[in-house]
Design a protein around this ligand. Structure first.
Ligand code: ZN
Length: 259
């Protein structure tokens, strides 16, 4: 795993999640990451699904050659069979997404790990206790289950598309955040929100800058050109995989077998 050391052996990380085939959002976030002078980008999965540019987004993340974990959409897309419980529209979206990707892309998605330890912190798409079950960590009970039996201090997760952070010392607390400092003796479970499909009522993409020099975690919000969510494909290259929920308020779970 590469960990390019920045100034004074510290690293400024950009943590991105849930890109969901939204190329304009990914491009806007990458521009902001460059402006923030981050040394390393890490990705919490769900590169595909919902929006119309899965190939472009997978190509970018593959070329970046960064630490990246598998999301549930990456798994559904790269598995040979459709998961049960998908409605016809979701199944069609899945089929369409598969058609946009090469066999090599699908194999790459299938081979993504569920959990990666990156230079002192850990990344996962959903939960740490059962990463393969795609559990949604919305509350402190779920966060506590994830942090149980974990020894490291800082963890990043995605999947809910809602930027929240949980801290554990004698108890577990959580809530929204803009910037905070990682204190020693505590554990943190941090969600950077979603690049491609924000679901917290803010229509901007979000990601986190984790600066290990001063141990700060900062949420960044970035505006991007919105994909057309009226039913047509934004770039006219094929059927729309699934109407974009970009900008929808509230926490809408990903579609999936248990949803
Ligand atoms: Zn997602």
């Amino acid at each position: 795993m590469q960990a390019l050391k920045g100034r004074n052996n510290t690293v400024k990380y950009a943590v991105i999640a849930d890109i969901h085939a939204n190329l304009p959002a990914l491009q806007a976030v990458r521009k902001d990451i460059a402006a923030q002078r981050c040394d390393v980008v890490v990705c919490l999965g769900d590169l595909v699904g919902y929006n119309s540019e899965p190939k472009e987004c997978v190509d970018i993340i593959r070329q970046m050659n960064i630490p990246c974990v598998k999301g549930n959409h990456d798994e559904y897309c790269s598995s040979p069979t459709s998961p049960s419980g998908f409605n016809p529209q979701a199944s069609e979206g899945l089929r369409w997404t598969r058609q946009q990707l090469t066999e090599d892309d699908l194999q790459w998605l299938a081979n993504l790990p569920l959990v990666v330890m990156v230079d002192g912190f850990t990344i996962v798409h959903a939960s740490l206790n059962q990463p393969h079950r795609w559990e949604y960590v919305f509350d402190k009970l779920a966060a506590a289950r994830s942090l149980q039996a974990q020894k490291s201090a800082v963890f990043f997760y995605g999947h809910t598309h809602v930027p929240v952070a949980f801290v554990r010392d004698s108890s577990v607390r959580g809530g929204t955040y803009t910037k905070f400092k990682v204190e020693s003796g505590r554990q943190y479970f941090i969600n950077p929100g979603s690049v491609g499909q924000p679901r917290d009522g803010c229509t901007k993409a979000s990601y986190v800058v984790y600066d290990t020099s001063d141990r700060t975690v900062e949420l960044r919000r970035v505006d991007f050109d919105k994909p057309d969510s009226s039913g047509g494909d934004r770039v006219g290259t094929g059927p729309k995989p699934k109407p974009s929920l970009s900008g929808s308020a509230g926490a809408v779970p990903d579609y999936g077998p248990q949803d």
